[in-house]
Design a protein around this ligand. Structure first.
Ligand code: ZN
Length: 256
């Protein structure tokens, strides 16, 4: 736990903070021969130099713990999933652009490479005969340049949406939470349509995960006024900040 904090501090710097509340302030501050030192809210060591921030304790930087730390972990997982998906779609988009540029050579190359890739794909458990990506490319060879351009543009826009989602979720920004909910919801009708075409375990799992992600984000992050809305959201975070300061101050009192 402490190692975890120290690693975060060495990466982002110490989260020293001077609270306005005198009794908290006193406990987080010492005077050393090297000058004033403030207790880091994260790793709880005293750091010589001016505090990084100051103000009421409720505005202190949060050091995620408990529920908020767990929430952060879930959001990072969602972020990575979207980032990877976005990257794959960018690669497919680049593939489409290349097909558009040189139809014949690429079709030859594709037909030549496909049998070579097949054994590797089978080893990885990837069934190429039912693969949408492979079918998509086979179909793409027969499309006009304009159609391919439109498809590529569509793919890049979709990838862009996923990347914005990934960044917003990774940074745990409120706009990111809203963006993720809206962007994920927009594609739910498409997923329902896909499910109605053919039920596969993969589609069901993806669909269920996306529904769960939307419900979780709306409820846990109190979006659209749900579960107390923005006031409750900000109160929760202010309480967490205050708790962070009090936690660090209490540690000082316990050691004294
Ligand atoms: Zn620290």
């Amino acid at each position: 736990m402490i190692d975890f904090s120290l690693r975060a501090c060495s990466r982002h710097g110490h989260a020293t903070f001077a609270p306005d509340e005198p009794e908290l302030r006193e406990r987080l501050h010492v005077t050393t021969v090297a000058g004033e030192a403030w207790r880091c809210l994260r790793c709880e060591t005293f750091v010589v130099g001016p505090p990084r921030g100051s103000g009421p304790a409720s505005t202190a930087p949060e050091v995620p713990r408990g529920k908020l730390l767990r929430d952060l972990a879930i959001m990072r997982i969602l972020s990575v999933e979207r980032g990877v998906r976005g990257l794959v779609i960018v690669l497919i988009g680049i593939g489409v652009i290349r097909i558009r540029g040189s139809h014949e050579q690429l079709q030859d190359a594709f037909n030549r490479e496909l049998p070579l890739i097949r054994p590797i794909a089978e080893q990885l458990g990837w069934d190429m005969d039912t693969s949408k990506v492979v079918h998509f490319f086979i179909k793409a060879f027969s499309m006009s340049a304009e159609t391919l351009l439109l498809i590529a543009v569509g793919l890049f826009i979709y990838a862009g949406i996923l990347m914005v989602e990934a960044i917003g979720l990774w940074l745990a920004k409120r706009w990111g939470e809203y963006f993720a909910v809206v962007a994920t919801s927009v594609f739910i009708p498409l997923e329902i349509y896909e499910l109605s075409e053919r039920l596969t375990l993969f589609r069901i799992v993806v669909f269920a995960l996306n529904i769960a992600a939307v419900v979780w984000l709306v409820w846990s992050k109190r979006l659209f006024g749900v579960n107390g809305g923005a006031p409750a959201y900000h109160a929760e975070h202010a309480a967490e900040s205050l708790l962070t300061v009090e936690h660090a101050a209490a540690r000082e009192a316990a050691q004294a």
